[in-house]
Ligand binder design. Structure first.
Ligand code: F6R
Length: 617
């Protein structure tokens, strides 16, 4: 978590840093800050709370502040030390009487910070914050004061650090330079004309450039307005071709929507379309040649992921097992990585991560490497860490997702896993080709069907009736069976993360074994009915909650008359082939969470305590 930016070149330094931070705010919003370097010293500004607080402070600074040509910025998700101004980055080191000041921003965790802090204190350094980052600032400042260049001081400092980091620094001694390095936390260099940029993620800089260079683990970047030099820690120069991203700057603007989450829910049909394009033909046949894998040699699949991506994995398992008849395990990445997983080179590990940066998912990939698995990454982020760790990548093409609560990336992850299930089914000859193609043709209709779901839910009064069921609610129970169970989990997660209401997702049949004790008038039941036999069974379970006073919201096919008899509110979804059911059923739950949170006056895009990229374990 935490977002860092850097800039060197022209007088739009403050503008670029602030815009970059605005686009990285999803990574953390406990505090934010800037440091600018000029020949007569550093200028810093730091504020607790969202970026607007920093913007207010920056707006009051004098012209001098805006004439600086290099700087670094940071938006924080607190790990070491509370969200206070003292703990906000940038952190400074050096300074009179020992020499010129440096300023540092950091994303990651310095594991040996306590020892370094003791050592620096013993040498007379005073600490002004509770952060792990401040040790970097002092070490760097000490190096510069002792006569090292900023780059040399950075390399010396990095050799002392254990843990994960992406760091960027400026110094008053070299105001035309920004230096940076990374180990395990993400960092990209953006290339400009007469200016260059740094950021944790490409979306920070899309308004300024689409040409980027990866900085790999253990590399140092030195940027001036006219040059970018990459080298290894031991000083070997690194040559790397730039890559171009096809995301547009508009994609990270609100475009008339009140919030990114709402915008991103509405973007789901287009996101699905883009993810399927070129991979699923009109006749329903799948083309995954981009993977460069022979899928026929696989004997089992482990899916590893966190949060929403884990729920997508559960839906992937159901499709893979049903269509490809291959055993699939789905594991929460933070458990898998420490769980001594069993497998061999015939195991395919599918690592799902929207950001491609989640530390636990990356560690699960490493654990799988330990037993020789092949790794396929399903990610939405071009050039992310996971794309470089995996043997093959299946990109979801949802475009950048800014709202912290995942919406369009979830649906596209599910679609990508469905494509994989077709590919594996075909390679294994698990089902008649025509049967898979027919399901493929159904999947091609997902953009249109999700669009229909969005339209159905737009009917006046529908969502407000559902939100009304939540009046006075103290918790919620989401129930579903079969494919609707992962949907229930996802619905519960969406609700709790943005409305702060405790919510449980449960298999409807399991409810009697405990959670039914929660049920009363203040604990609404959200039932995802689905269709077929499982619908009947779910309905019976819902009846059991009604008998105990539950108020019910049912997600049901638009022609499901029985749903209206038991539920206070019915959220209709179009009738669809089985494979599309989870896709369309998720949409009402996203809207429900959104509207309940709005009714409670909450910021849906930046829920408390969360960040979109979880780069700590
Ligand atoms: C929930 C949500 C999180 C993420 C999880 C994994 O709305 O967004 O649960 O799904 O943190 O993130 P990625 O997919 O980036 O690995």
């Amino acid at each position: 978590m935490c977002g860092i930016v850097g800039y060197v070149g022209g007088e739009r330094c403050v503008e670029v840093l602030m815009e970059g931070l605005r686009n990285l705010e999803y990574r953390g919003y406990d505090s934010a800050g800037l440091a600018l370097a000029g020949p007569d010293g550093l200028r810093t500004a730091r504020e607790v709370g969202p970026l607007n607080n920093l913007a207010g402070t920056v707006g009051q600074r004098d012209g001098d502040f805006f004439s600086m040509r290099s700087g670094v910025g940071h938006t924080r998700w607190a790990t070491h030390g509370r969200p206070t101004e003292a703990n906000a980055h940038p952190h400074t080191g050096g300074g009179a009487p020992v020499g010129p000041e440096v300023a540092v921003v950091h994303n990651g965790i310095i594991e040996n910070h306590a020892e370094l802090r003791d050592e620096l204190r013993a040498r007379g350094f005073e600490f002004r914050s509770e952060t792990d980052t401040e040790v970097i600032a002092h070490l760097l400042g000490e190096g510069v004061a002792a006569g090292s260049s900023l780059k040399e001081a950075l390399v010396e400092t990095l050799q002392r650090l254990q843990g994960s980091f992406a760091v960027a620094a400026v110094s008053a001694a070299e105001p035309e330079t920004v230096v940076a390095a990374r180990h395990q936390s993400p960092l990209v260099v953006g290339l400009g004309e007469g200016e260059n940029f740094l950021a944790s993620a490409v979306q920070a800089l899309l308004g300024y450039t689409r040409r980027f260079l990866f900085v790999e683990n253990g590399e140092v970047a030195v940027l001036t307005g006219t040059s970018v030099e990459l080298s290894t820690l031991d000083g070997r120069p690194v040559e790397r071709d730039p890559f171009e991203v096809d995301w547009s700057a508009e994609a990270i603007e609100l475009g008339g929507y009140e919030d990114f989450m709402l915008k991103e829910i509405h973007e789901q049909p287009a996101a699905l379309q883009a993810t399927l394009a070129g991979r699923l033909d009109a006749d329903g046949s799948v083309d995954l040649s981009e993977l460069g894998f022979d899928l026929s040699g696989i004997e089992r699949i482990d899916v590893v992921a966190c949060g929403t991506a884990y729920h997508a994995g559960l839906l992937g398992k159901s499709a893979l097992e049903r269509l490809a008849r291959i055993p699939v395990e789905v594991a929460v990445a933070s458990e898998y990585r420490y769980g001594d997983p069993v497998g061999d080179e015939k195991t395919l590990v599918v690592a799902i991560s929207q950001s491609g940066e989640t530390t636990d998912t990356l560690a699960a990939v490493e654990a799988a490497r330990g037993f020789g698995a092949r790794v396929l990454a399903v990610t939405n982020t071009q050039g992310s860490l996971i794309t470089r760790e995996a043997d093959a990548v299946l990109l979801t093409k949802a475009g950048p997702e800014v709202g912290v609560a995942a919406t369009k990336t979830f649906l596209t992850q599910v679609a990508a896993l469905y494509l994989l299930s077709f590919g594996v089914a075909e390679a294994r000859g698990a089902r008649p080709v025509e049967e898979i193609k027919e399901i493929g043709r159904a999947l091609r209709r997902s953009p249109e069907k999700v669009e229909e779901a969005i339209e159905l839910l737009g009917e006046p009064g529908l969502m407000s009736a559902a939100v009304g069921v939540f009046a006075g609610a103290r918790c919620a129970l989401f129930l579903g069976r079969g494919q609707s169970f992962p949907v229930a989990l996802e619905g519960a997660l969406k609700l709790k993360e943005i409305s702060y209401l405790p919510a449980e997702g449960y298999p409807a049949g399991e409810m009697k074994h405990g959670p039914i004790a929660l049920v009363d008038e203040q604990c609404p039941v959200v039932a995802i009915l689905g269709e077929g036999t499982l619908r009947e069974k779910t309905l019976s379970n819902v009846e059991e909650t009604v008998a105990r006073g539950a108020r019910v919201i049912a997600v049901a096919n638009e022609d499901d008359v029985a749903a209206g008899r038991i539920a206070q509110s019915v959220l209709p979804v179009p009738n669809v082939p089985q494979i599309l059911s989870p896709l369309v059923s998720t949409v009402p739950l996203q809207f429900l969470a959104y509207h309940v949170a709005k009714a409670r006056g909450l910021d849906v895009d930046k829920p408390r305590n969360l960040a979109k990229s979880v780069t700590v374990e």
